[in-house]
Design a protein around this ligand. Structure first.
Ligand code: T5A
Length: 213
């Protein structure tokens, strides 16, 4: 892969969108993307047209609970969204030498479906192998906030189907993210700090990544 692949992970409302916007402005204004290359901002679920439809199936709250996706269906829908995302957007973009920043990737499935829903981690990893076909991030930022802060930040917003799972589910998801962040390609950032402090930590990690290329 010629381009760089950067992923943001974290529990709901951890500030991923906010920091992705800051980071993209900084990368562009400091000319850190190689000349003639571009930066593509994307997300999961829903980074492709097909993925948008999958996103609605996953997050829609209007269906009766017994007609909502069961845990395995949910897992397969996230895997299908990822497979399309990798093949339509991520791989071709990186192959051109362009950079990709994705709001969520495989870590979210391990944390939400693995630690949250308690599905078999081996099964999740097998699906990950099928969906990603060897594509993996150069760096993953975990924006770490306490569950109470997540709930507070989302207070004036309507919860989607996953957010409706509540505090205990989110606590397990958060534990999952803590475990995943032990990997050397993950950087855990305390996201209760000011937006300015957070972006400067992210910038310094990106500078290190570029130095070690
Ligand atoms: N999911 C996803 C799975 O279960 N499995 C999977 O495999 C995948 C890929 C997707 C849902 O699907 C689940 C996880 C999710 O539940 P999403 O669209 O990614 O949903 O939803 P969220 O993560 O909930 O996205 P949000 O947009 O709500 O959160 P962000 O982007 O993390 O946070 P952001 O930047 O919008 O900020 C939230 C609020 O906090 C404020 C912002 O101004 C905003 O109001 N804020 C701060 N406040 C104080 N201090 C700071 N430092 C702040 N930074 C931001």
């Amino acid at each position: 892969m010629k381009g760089k692949f950067i992923v943001f992970e974290g529990i709901d409302g951890s500030g991923k969108t906010t920091q992705i916007n800051q980071l993209s402005k900084w990368l562009i204004s400091n000319h850190l993307i190689p000349e003639n290359n571009q930066l593509v901002i994307t997300r999961e679920p829903g980074g492709t047209e097909l993925g948008q439809s999958i996103r609605s199936l996953l997050l829609d709250t209007s269906r009766d609970k017994n007609k909502s996706p069961d845990s395995i269906t949910e897992l397969l829908l996230y895997a299908a969204d990822r497979s399309q995302h990798v093949n339509e957007i991520i791989r071709p973009t990186l192959n051109k030498g362009d950079w990709v920043i994705s709001d969520r990737f495989c870590g979210s499935t391990l944390a939400y479906q693995g630690y949250g829903r308690k599905l078999d981690i081996k099964l999740i990893k097998n699906l990950e192998t099928i969906a990603t076909q060897g594509i993996s991030p150069d760096i993953t930022f975990l924006l770490d906030i306490p569950v109470e802060e997540s709930i507070k930040r989302r207070m004036n917003r309507k919860d989607d189907r996953i957010e409706k799972e509540g505090r205990e589910f989110l606590l397990n998801v958060s534990l999952g993210f803590q475990a995943l962040s032990m990997d050397s390609k993950w950087k855990k950032i305390s996201a209760i700090n000011s937006k300015e402090t957070i972006i400067s930590e992210i910038q310094s990690e990106i500078k290190k990544l570029l130095k070690n290329k």
